[in-house]
Design a binder for this molecule. Structure first.
Ligand SMILES: NC(=O)c1ccc[n+]([C@@H]2O[C@H](COP(=O)([O-])OP(=O)(O)OC[C@H]3O[C@@H](n4cnc5c(N)ncnc54)[C@H](OP(=O)(O)O)[C@@H]3O)[C@@H](O)[C@H]2O)c1
Length: 400
């Protein structure tokens, strides 16, 4: 399902959202667990956003019916803070999401899709996420998806170390499995479509490389199979596993970390075959999470403390263009009147001109700084009325 909502080409997705969705700024975050769109606009039109999403991802519009969650304002800020702190991850406290958020905002910045609002929000969220992790240590004890899978294999098979293990995949998820096997000094074979890639993986992550066709066509000597690829079809089919089982007495444990799955569901109907996938890993994650509930509540405590700071910073952004504009207009009037006065005086003395110039600047700043600072404060406190009044008083027009 998640796959259907994914944007196959980020550049063109950004281009379409900026052109057609009515969003003034946007950031896309897509990982193997989520596809999220962060947007900023004065007048959100959900219909337009969904239409753009559907056309970029090649979806029919009713696909959104039960699969879309929408958060606005403070709820959206809270969500992003939980993301960067690792509280919304399958494995609580995992580090990867923080890098993925950093990567998303840097891509959006590069494409000029994000502006002052989302840049400020993401910048704050990344800092707070880092602070939460440092202050609570939530990332330290967190088990990776790979070690969860290996733990689960250990729970389901006797003496894992003595078994023949094959790892299909050489990407990020596979390297987490490899890291965990290596840490326990467990030998394994590793395969990927290109043998060169398997060899390079084995050199850095461990394992013995094996050619892909040889490995996938011959499961009969394998006791435990870890699969972590993004293959868009079943790599482990019913026929291949059944054939392998004909010449062996023992069962086989298959751990599919892939999402979407790359082990055919029918494989689990074969006698002595046990297939486990991300759902079972998620159950284990829940157990792990219960033990870490104390850390989660400390992390939430920091997030709740930081939330008003984020809200204030975001609200300040609403008022800043008005403040800048008011100062700019007043300064233009000051410069115009100053020129007139200097002409009337026929003043040529540079030092005197500088003094008069500084005098007019000081008067403007003295008069304007108190009301403008009060405006900033009122805006931080969410006083929308005062913003409207100031806009009317100074004849300030926004793109509504
Ligand atoms: N990364 C994580 O933390 C994480 C967590 C949970 C679940 N997962 C799931 O694990 C799977 C792999 O994710 P990843 O992050 O490791 O991806 P990745 O880093 O992009 O690696 C993808 C792997 O899939 C292989 N591959 C791609 N197309 C293939 C095909 N047609 N046939 C066979 N192999 C193919 C690639 O190797 P070759 O191109 O050399 O064949 C590579 O080993 C995904 O389904 C993901 O949803 C990942």
């Amino acid at each position: 399902m998640l796959e259907r909502f994914t944007f196959p080409d980020l550049d063109s997705a950004y281009e379409s959202f900026l052109k057609h969705s009515g969003l003034e700024e946007c950031v896309i975050l897509q990982t193997c667990n989520r596809v999220e769109l962060f947007g900023c606009t004065n007048s959100a039109d959900l219909g337009k956003i969904k239409k753009t999403w559907a056309s970029v991802a090649g979806l029919e519009e009713n696909a959104f019916k039960e699969n879309l969650e929408i958060s606005k304002g403070t709820d959206a800020y809270t969500h992003l803070l939980k993301l960067t702190s690792g509280l919304d991850s399958l494995v609580i406290g995992e580090e990867q999401i923080l890098s993925q958020v950093k990567e998303s905002i840097s891509t959006a910045k590069g494409l000029k899709a994000s502006g002052d609002n989302l840049n400020t929000l993401f910048d704050k969220a990344i800092k707070i996420g880092t602070r939460v992790r440092q202050a609570t240590g939530i990332s330290k004890g967190s088990l990776s998806i790979g070690s969860m899978a290996v733990n689960l294999a250990e729970e389901n098979i006797d003496d894992l170390k003595s078994k023949h293990i094959l790892l299909i995949g050489t990407g990020e998820a596979a390297s987490l499995v490899a890291k965990s096997l290596k840490k326990r000094e467990i030998d394994f074979l590793v395969t990927s479509r290109t043998f060169e890639r398997s060899k390079a993986f084995a050199e850095t992550a461990g394992g013995t490389p094996m050619p892909f066709e040889q490995a996938t066509a011959n499961f009969k000597s394998i006791d435990v199979l870890f699969v972590a690829t993004i293959a868009p079809y079943f790599l482990v089919t019913h026929d291949r596993v059944q054939e392998a089982m004909q010449s062996r007495k023992d069962g086989m444990l298959i751990m599919d970390l892939s999402n979407p799955r790359t082990v055919d569901d029918k494989v689990s109907t074969i006698d002595k075959i046990k297939v486990m996938n991300l759902d079972q890993i998620a159950e284990m994650v829940e157990k792990n999470m219960k033990n870490r509930m104390g850390l989660v509540s400390s992390a939430e405590h920091i997030i709740n403390e930081e939330l008003p700071v984020v809200e204030a910073a975001m609200k300040r952004l609403e008022v800043e263009p008005i403040v800048t504009n008011v100062f700019k207009e007043i300064d233009q009037a000051r410069v115009k009147e100053l020129k007139k006065a200097l002409q009337m005086l026929g003043e040529k003395d540079e030092q005197k001109i500088r003094i008069i110039d500084q005098l007019t600047q000081a008067i403007v700043e003295d008069i304007m700084s108190i009301p403008m600072n009060n405006l900033r404060k009122a805006s931080e406190q969410g006083d929308a009325e005062i913003l409207k009044t100031v806009k009317r008083l100074f004849d300030y027009k926004t793109k509504e």
